[in-house]
Design a protein around this ligand. Sequence first.
Ligand code: 5RP
Length: 227
Amino acid sequence: MSADEEKRAAGEAAAGLVEAGMSVGLGTGSTAAWFVRALAERKLDVRCVPTSQATADLATSLGLRLAELGEVSRLDLTVDGADEIGPGLALIKGGGAALLREKLVWEASARCVVIADAAKQVALLGAFPLPIEVVAFGHATTALRICDALVSCDIGVAPRLRMKDGEAVRTDNGNLIYDAACGRIEHPATLADALKSVTGVVDHGLFLDLADQALVGTPKGVLTLEP
Ligand code: 5RP
């Protein structure tokens, strides 16, 4: 079974959780896209809040009804992918640079389900470089402060500005992304607090105590994980 088949199986399983009348947060990335396609096929009367322009475009093309986050005070369910799923369903997200909108939508949701292929499950977070969204103004200075925050957590790496085709990647919010190749994140909550205390950091890809359930596609079927 390929990783994409595992993603598809997880996305289809998550679409089965949606009921008519729900407000649903739509994640970003290739796994979330399988969920969006499977949800659209069910032709339910639901309102969907996308976490990126790419997801909004996909959902619109499939006929799903979109709403702004502010129009929906509390979402019933959000389904989204992840870059790593660690113990307790602690996550690294933001490989697709959508972490800020994702976190805003997750935090507004009564239930959050993460969907992934089997390779995303890890014993310790940190092999996937941690995305950190920063404002563009003074970002090189902010990067130095991020370094200090990492060092305070015994992580001695310099974050790297994310580039694509020779240009710095801009998020849907106009910000930049730095990726910190931490290697091992022994204390994610401490690191999360240290990063949030840096002026210029908008948010980071550590999603802690947010996921209620994970659906992981494996060759043996879709596994359900609880925190
Ligand atoms: C986007 C994300 C994605 O959910 C994450 O990168 C996983 O992507 P994929 O499903 O394509 O493997 O956090 O910001």
